[in-house]
Design a protein. Structure first.
Length: 304
């Protein structure tokens, strides 16, 4: 079965709408702080299904929460809140999330000359509201990972890294991933500084997660990285964006607070240029980041 994506004027507008939202968040960043640089970072979750949103919807809802100072990580459609006996407050503006809806059509195969079923996907939108936008709901629900304490969080992060079996050498002055040697280089953990947002351990692991996302791009894994890409090329900047997003997704899942890396200053201008020139770029980066996180999660034991 062939898989294609159907393009409509509505689809194009949705790509642009979400991209413009991310561009606004990047453009308004100060000191390289992104919407995903938060203490107690949590994946946005649907209040009805209890499942986290994925891909570009994570970024979109993080950006919306950051812009509007929402404290809750729970979201739902108007009807989902209504079905819980909760009313969205009058005058509240919803936020757009997107999803792909599939359907089948019969088309003629140009090479074989035979008709076959082709599965197409079209981008659709839905509107959700944060728990801070409704009445009569307790928005002070803390992420489960935070209730278990910082020691649990760091132990869990360490266990996650060990199970990947990535080769990590902690004897360098900076963090990096060396493609040809397939090695992650890291400074020793005690060289990482505590910030107002992170402990030294969280600083270490959020940085290590960034390099682990790069590690998934090796040809023996997801085959995503171009070894010949120069550091100031577009492909290099996109890979850095993928690693940045993937690290944030992992931190949110494992309860590790995030903080901006100083080298973000070198990439923000490149990311903005890419997003302004290609309205699908952030969708691509978020999808690749999700794939990288999923790859790392599959290396974990079933009970993790």
């Amino acid at each position: 079965m062939t898989y294609l994506t159907k393009q409509t004027s509505e689809t194009k507008d949705l790509y642009q709408q979400i991209t413009d939202q991310i561009i606004e968040a990047l453009s308004q960043s100060t000191n390289w702080v992104m919407p995903w640089h938060q203490k107690a970072l949590t994946l946005p979750k649907n209040v009805a299904t209890k499942k986290p949103y994925t891909g570009v919807n994570i970024l979109s809802l993080w950006a919306a929460a950051h812009k509007n100072n929402y404290n809750s990580f729970l979201w739902g459609t108007y009807n989902q809140w209504k079905n819980l006996g909760i009313q969205v407050r009058k005058g509240e503006k919803g936020h757009t999330i997107v999803f792909y809806k599939d359907f089948e059509v019969e088309e003629k195969n140009k090479e074989m000359g035979e008709f076959e079923l082709v599965k197409r996907f079209v981008l659709k939108a839905s509107t959700v509201f944060n728990a801070d936008q409704v009445g009569g709901f307790n928005t002070l629900i803390e992420p489960q990972s935070l209730l278990r304490g910082s020691f649990y969080t760091i132990d869990r992060a360490e266990e996650f890294v060990i199970k990947t079996e990535a080769k990590i050498v902690n004897s360098f002055t900076s963090a990096f991933y060396h493609y040809s040697q397939d090695v992650i280089g890291m400074p020793a953990e005690d060289l990482f500084m505590e910030t107002s947002n992170q402990t030294e351990e969280e600083n270490y692991y959020s940085t290590l997660f960034h390099e682990l996302i790069h590690w998934t791009g090796h040809k023996s894994r997801l085959d995503r990285i171009s070894p010949a890409a120069h550091f100031d090329s577009e492909s290099y900047a996109i890979e850095e964006l993928i690693a940045e997003l993937g690290s944030a997704f992992l931190c949110a899942e494992l309860g590790v607070s995030t903080y901006p890396r100083q080298d973000h200053a070198n990439y923000i201008a490149s990311w903005l240029k890419i997003l302004k020139n290609d309205k699908k770029a952030i969708f691509h980066a978020a999808r690749k980041a999700t794939q990288a996180v999923d790859y790392l999660k599959k290396l974990q034991p079933p009970e993790f």
